[in-house]
Write a protein that binds this ligand. Sequence first.
Ligand code: FMN
Ligand code: ADP
Length: 319
Amino acid sequence: MRIFRGIRAHISEPCVLTIGNFDGVHLGHKALLARVRAKAAELGLPATVLCFEPHPREYFAPDTAPPRLCSMWRKLALLQAAGVDQICVQPFNADFADLDADTFIRQVLVEGMQVRHLMIGDDFRFGRGRNGDFEALQEAGARYGFSVEAMGTEEVAGERVSSSAVREALQAGQIEHATRLLGEPFVVEGWVQHGDKIGRTIGFPTANIRMRQQTLPLSGIFAVTVDGGPLKHAVGAASIGYRPTIAEGLALRVEVFILDYSGDLYGERLSVRFWHKLRDEKKYDSLDALKAAIGKDCDDVRAWFATHPEYLSLREQHG
Ligand SMILES: Cc1cc2nc3c(=O)[nH]c(=O)nc-3n(C[C@H](O)[C@H](O)[C@H](O)COP(=O)(O)O)c2cc1C
Ligand SMILES: Nc1ncnc2c1ncn2[C@@H]1O[C@H](COP(=O)(O)OP(=O)(O)O)[C@@H](O)[C@H]1O
């Protein structure tokens, strides 16, 4: 997969294009990408994605923009897995935000991306004030020589699949529902860094995952599987929270105790898959009480995986 930064860079052949932020690359995105790939194969042109960095919502309202479902790296990996041939990551800045719909079509889609066929989601809007819509694209397509297709709503059990729906499910602790919408478990990836070395003193050393962002769409204690370094589908108990038992005002931590494992994980890159929420984080009166709680969490993790064998097939698919 080729990656371009900005539309003026090196796009030299016509393409089948889709535009969007693809946060989380959920089942709706995957359905759209499958159609882009099929059309690209039919026309013998590269399947191409145009996305924006930062996300327009982060640009316009950085304080209220929702947490991302995945990092840029993971998004690129998922798009590649979905058969995308090239992706253009367009910096979203003041100039770009100010383009009106007509200029966006001419400068970005026609001159920049050389679009031949454009596939969009049913709610796609673009240009200054979000004035551009499907009709505007069709009309421009007739003028500039590209076709436009809108994809219908992708649903799971009657619910529209969307990044916000995934976010809401995660926030509400409905992890299995988020998995259904994503088509695979929610993942956090990162390098293992040093913590405060308290974990080992209470019998539960935890691999601390270094996070770039300080917000995540979920919090609490979870049944997870972990891959990376020496681990393959290892079962663990993960905590996303602020460790109120240790002190007030600590930074957000993602950490995981891996069951039936001992070894050195510092410096490894781990992928943690979230299958089920066990409980919310709590402030305990002592380290002994915290230790007992984590011990019970581990029992609950074992019990959950023992009674949910369906995770095995998903694990095989996405392991
Ligand atoms: C399964 C699990 C559950 C946890 N639950 C809580 C909790 O409810 N409250 C809390 O303050 N910390 C909780 N923690 C975080 C511990 O406080 C943390 O692992 C400990 O401080 C060790 O930190 P260290 O890695 O810096 O040594 C939990 C950790 C794990 C792995
Ligand atoms: N079962 C395990 N689960 C997670 N990490 C483990 C485990 N066994 C050993 N480790 C190692 O111990 C480290 C965590 O120990 P801990 O005392 O919590 O220190 P830190 O505060 O630096 O995370 C991990 O980063 C990893 O290298």
